[in-house]
Design a binder for this molecule. Structure first.
Ligand SMILES: [Zn+2]
Ligand SMILES: [Zn+2]
Length: 322
């Protein structure tokens, strides 16, 4: 009879280490990076005495009357021609209305400061990327080119959201919606915007270091990006081959495949990368959301207070992965 082996046990880890060690470290790193960029922007603007002016300008661009009107009119169209008929106060609509409030209070100032912070950091550490020769170019050429490059940068950020796990943890909240509506455009984790705004700032700094894009053009860009979540079957006809339509973007929110149609406003990046799937002329309406519900969703189980669920959804990227 052989002797029983000596059992070697690792020393037990303290309880606090077991809890903190299981938290999702990359999410905290992204939060810290975002805080640093925002701090760089606030410090710079306070020094110039322009903090209030810049935040007001951000509000004017990102909460313009044109955008408010678009949301209201689209909401009416969704009642008349819904892709999926559902009550006005469907759980998904109520939850996304909470995200609209969060967008207005937190996300708009955050987006503004991320743009300023990104420009400040690039201006102080990577000034060599600025193309000074473009200041002699016509605005008719330069502005469309810059917006095109910005859209390309946004596509790249969206691609990274889907390919890199730490970024997907934040992007998954947007995809968790099972009842798409125009309000779903605002259903996003505030920290999801960091990579997009930094990447989109680069082409502006390269091409237009000494000039500004007219705020109305930014507002129109945001409007097109907002309309794509509408609960409508609209394909935009021939224009839908170039501009992202609600039917085109709905395919990106399909439960079984989110790897297609990553375009933010233009479809050309998807076409070039081989990710474009154009909807049929009379598109069918497939299910949306995430299989297995990795993010807590309002459609799951008995109704819960919307703000409590919002807190749980925002905390989800920081929880250990199961
Ligand atoms: Zn996505
Ligand atoms: Zn979307």
């Amino acid at each position: 009879m052989s002797a029983s082996p000596i059992e070697v046990r690792a020393p037990a880890r303290p309880q606090w280490w077991a809890q903190w060690g299981r938290l999702c470290l990359p999410s905290f790193v992204l939060a810290a990076v975002t805080a640093l960029i925002v701090w760089a922007a606030v410090a710079d603007l306070l020094q110039q005495g322009r903090l209030e002016t810049v935040l007001s300008a951000g509000w004017a661009e990102l909460a313009a009357p044109l955008l408010v009107a678009l949301v209201v009119v689209t909401g009416i169209c969704e009642r008349i021609w819904p892709a999926e008929p559902r009550p006005v106060l469907a759980r998904g609509h109520v939850q996304d209305a909470c995200y609209l409030a969060l967008h207005a209070i937190v996300v708009i100032p955050l987006m503004t400061l991320l743009s300023v912070g990104g420009a400040t950091l690039i201006g102080s550490h990577a000034r060599w990327i600025e193309l000074r020769s473009t200041q002699h170019w016509s605005g008719w050429l330069l502005v469309p080119l810059t917006i095109l490059a910005m859209d390309g940068a946004n596509w790249l950020a969206h691609y990274a959201d889907h390919r890199l796990d730490p970024l997907w943890r934040f992007h998954a909240l947007h995809h968790s919606q099972e009842e798409l509506s125009v309000l779903t455009s605002f259903r996003a984790h505030p920290l999801m915007h960091t990579t997009g705004f930094i990447l989109a700032t680069i082409p502006v700094m390269v091409l237009m270091p000494t000039r500004a894009i007219a705020p109305v053009l930014i507002t129109v860009y945001v409007c097109v990006g907002t309309l794509q979540h509408a609960n409508l079957r609209w394909t935009f006809g021939p224009a839908g081959r170039v501009i992202v339509s609600p039917a085109y973007h709905r395919l990106h929110h399909a439960t079984d495949n989110q790897a297609v149609n990553l375009g933010v406003v233009l479809t050309i990046w998807d076409v070039l990368a081989g990710y474009a799937r154009f909807p049929a002329r009379r598109p069918s309406v497939g299910r949306t959301g995430l299989a297995g519900r990795p993010v807590p969703v309002e459609q799951d189980g008995p109704p819960r207070p919307a703000l409590l669920l919002l807190a749980q959804q925002l905390a989800e990227p920081f929880r250990p992965q199961t």
